[in-house]
Design a protein around this ligand. Structure first.
Ligand code: SF4
Length: 516
């Protein structure tokens, strides 16, 4: 129990850059202090890219400046401060010793491990901790638990419909706008020629970003990734500019082409606001409202508005609900019992598979990949090749600028790797090279043959896809959604299946997966 006269310490984490949080925690600028921490531990476990680290730290430094301008006292621990213990627990302990608060407050962290570390630090210091539900989300943890309770399975589509009704978004007199909830059928168009998507806004690297990069160079000189091109907003104003630019210039084509891929065109018609949204420089309410307004004003078609709004109020909130509902331990699941190592080319981009090279270049150079590149290229490859899901999850969490555990872990472990025993997806998102060929221009000129499924020149996605179905056929036979895939597997002659198994083993050796 706290009183109005107590001095409090408010923790602001790197993904909690919403200006309303200190007041939401009941803090008082004249009495209380805010603590913001840059710690090397956050970039080491898991190993984070230089881009992700720079996006987080630059956004945090800008935010601290803004909070100070608004009258808050901010104790800001720089990455290269000599006294920095480089752990959250150590820095919270040090701040408690220095400021001697009667209590500590924070908004619930987006990571179970960090939640435990904060609680542990306060317990060690024998200071009371208040943890506030995160007001950023449209569905809080209790509301999600109520929705999930008693359901046989958690289906995003039903959650999404409930959210549409509750928020009154794209609704028409109690019915979905246009008479249907989901227009995904219209959203799978590929490009026939170079797409010519408008460029995304790009901001200069300011003095704060340069200072952050210098600090990273001193403390974390060996981080993976490359500072090839800086595309990320690090202030609220920049984030709002990105949102407005997307709504104005790209949303109208987002629906049609959201699943398409094209060599060297990494952002296409996507919003590229996931990092500022996950760092909470943007609020989901203003994001879905902007898309709905554009639709109502006749600027964008329904399939585009609906597809985008579903990501914001449906998928994003659902994924966060799964993370909180399932609790600690979710991220350790390995439902398909795979144990392979993540190939080195995930860290270098050096591979002769054109699709993988393009998807990995986007991650290494920009800290970005759109949802299909993540799900159907890098994720699909890791799953069908048999990589351990925890290794894959660590890579996703560390390498994308928008990586935060509540969103990355269910998306990677559940959606991409099908490792959570079917909670996020009732069937694996496994696909052969045929899917990639249909949705991109990658296969033209690739050294592999996308029509072959065994032998040294066969597309590795084909080899691993059939090998994956074969290895797990017994497990998948209980899943009615897999019936068609298994029927196709049955059509393959046993002698060819043996060749596929041999080819898959060879590829696993060559890619360094088999060592796991
Ligand atoms: Fe990717 Fe296979 Fe197509 Fe090459 S042939 S680009 S490896 S899907």
């Amino acid at each position: 129990m706290t009183t109005d006269t107590e001095r409090r310490l408010g923790i602001i984490l790197g993904d909690q850059l919403d200006e309303s949080y200190p007041a939401a925690m009941g803090l008082d600028p004249g009495r209380d202090m805010l603590l913001m921490m840059e710690v090397a531990g956050a970039s080491r476990s898991p190993e984070s890219s230089i881009i992700r680290t720079a996006v987080f730290l630059s956004s945090m430094r800008h935010h601290a400046q803004r909070l100070r301008e608004a009258g808050w006292s901010v104790e800001y621990v720089n990455l290269d401060a000599p006294e920095n213990t480089q752990t959250f627990g150590g820095e919270i302990g040090r701040a408690i010793q220095g400021f001697k608060p009667e209590s500590v407050s924070c908004v619930e962290p987006g990571s179970h491990a960090l939640d435990a570390e904060i609680r542990g630090a306060c317990e060690d210091a024998e200071v009371h901790l208040d943890v506030l539900p995160d007001p950023h989300f449209l569905c809080n943890t209790d509301e999600f638990a109520d929705w999930a309770a008693g359901r046989k399975s958690l289906t995003m589509e039903y959650f999404y419909r409930a959210m549409r009704k509750r928020l009154g978004v794209l609704m028409d007199d109690g019915e979905p706008e246009g008479g249907t909830w989901n227009l995904d059928k219209e959203n799978r168009k590929a490009f026939k020629s170079a797409p010519g998507a408008p460029p995304i806004p790009v901001f200069d690297r300011d003095a704060i970003i340069e200072d952050v990069l210098a600090a990273i160079d001193r403390v974390l000189p060996d981080l993976p990734g490359r500072m090839a091109r800086w595309i990320w907003p690090v202030t609220r104003e920049q984030a709002l500019e990105c949102l407005a630019d997307f709504i104005e210039n790209r949303l109208k084509f987002f629906g049609d082409h959201q699943d398409a891929m094209w060599t060297g065109e990494h952002t296409l018609y996507h919003s590229v606001i996931s990092a500022p949204l996950n760092l909470k420089l943007l609020n989901p309410r203003e994001v879905y409202a902007a898309a709905e307004t554009a639709y109502k004003e006749g600027k964008v078609p329904l399939n585009a508005a609906e597809g985008f709004i579903r990501q914001i109020i449906g998928w994003r909130e659902f994924i966060r609900g799964v993370y909180t509902f399932e609790g600690p331990g979710y991220g350790d699941r390995n439902g398909l019992e795979e144990h392979g190592s993540l190939p080195d080319f995930y860290w270098t981009g050096e591979t002769d598979m054109r699709c993988m090279r393009d998807a990995l270049e986007s991650v290494l150079d920009l800290g970005y990949g759109h949802h299909i590149a993540r799900l159907m290229v890098t994720g699909n490859f890791a799953m069908i090749a048999g990589v351990h899901p925890v290794e894959v999850n660590d890579w996703y969490l560390g390498m994308y600028a928008d990586g935060v555990e509540w969103v990355t872990t269910p998306n990677t472990l559940g959606m991409a790797m099908h490792a959570d025993h079917g909670i996020v997806g009732t069937k694996p998102y496994a696909a052969s090279g045929k899917y990639i060929k249909r949705m991109s221009n990658y296969c033209k000129g690739c050294r592999y043959d996308v029509s072959a499924r065994s032998g040294d020149d066969a597309c590795p996605f084909n080899v691993f896809y059939w090998d994956f179905l074969n290895r797990h056929s017994k497990r998948f036979s209980k899943n009615t959604r897999m019936t068609m895939m298994l029927k196709n597997l049955d059509r393959i002659e046993p002698s060819e299946l043996t060749q596929i198994t041999v080819s898959a083993g060879r590829l696993r050796e060559r890619f360094g997966i088999a060592s796991g």
